[in-house]
Design a protein around this ligand. Sequence first.
Ligand code: SF4
Length: 307
Amino acid sequence: MNIILVKPRGFCAGVVRAINIVKQVLNMYKLPIYMNHELVHNNYVVNFLKKNGVIISKNINDIPKGSILVISAHGASKNIINDAYKRNLTIFDATCPLVKKVHYQAYYANKNNIDTIIIGNSQHQEVLGTIGQYNNATTYIVESLHDANHIKVKNSNKLCFLTQTTLSIFNTYKIINVLKDRFPNILELGKNNICYATDNRQQAVYKLSRMTDLVIIFGSNISSNANRLLEIARKYSQAYMIDDFSYFKEQWLNNINTIGITSSASTPELLIRQFIKYIKQYSNITVKEITISKEKLSFKSPKVLKI
Ligand code: SF4
């Protein structure tokens, strides 16, 4: 049996930066350290941090005054930051710089009273954080093509759109085209905000799923970008998403010659290595890696945390 590992996969620059920030904070301060949300949407990473003294408290007012707070990679609303200051928390911001870029666009729109359609999942932490940058202009959420076709806005002449960073590249372009057709004066503040890592992993899984009989996506079902990878892979191949090898079912191997493997932007590579070791018990396997595109982006940790 053949296994094809596709690149790019796994940690993106924003996740590496967020984990580095937390590691440094854990080294510098007494436990516990608080977070407003899961640092990244991966169960392995979240459980690892919990075991190492991180407490997730979605209500800032439940965090003891004077504690240390790390803002998750998805960013936070202005209200959360203000509440944290009121409780005299020391804040370390692990928001991905690419999400911060969306916040700056939201800030600009809000300041200039430009109403904004946010394309994304209304319950996702990143979208809540982006909406939470507004206190002046009106925001609307569009989650689907149906929403794009039916949304009503107050003033289509002073309107822009922003997108969540981890959406499907294929669906989002369709949604944007509908909005542009319906609202010809809509502004593209950031064209679309889907990040390089989401885009690259989706292009890679698209190609991978067309050359394999089975695709395994390593990721957690709470992860937007992992779920988008699964959706794409399922269009062209048999595909499953699992957190780690313990969820793998032997019957998935029936009539399979080639397995393709990828992972979401918040999944540690360790989980793939464990899987390959595990699957060797079922079959003689050859493992090869293919590169669909190369990634060079990295982000520095904030200076204040440099030891
Ligand atoms: S998936 Fe994209 S936006 Fe999210 S942390 Fe990674 S680089 Fe940043």
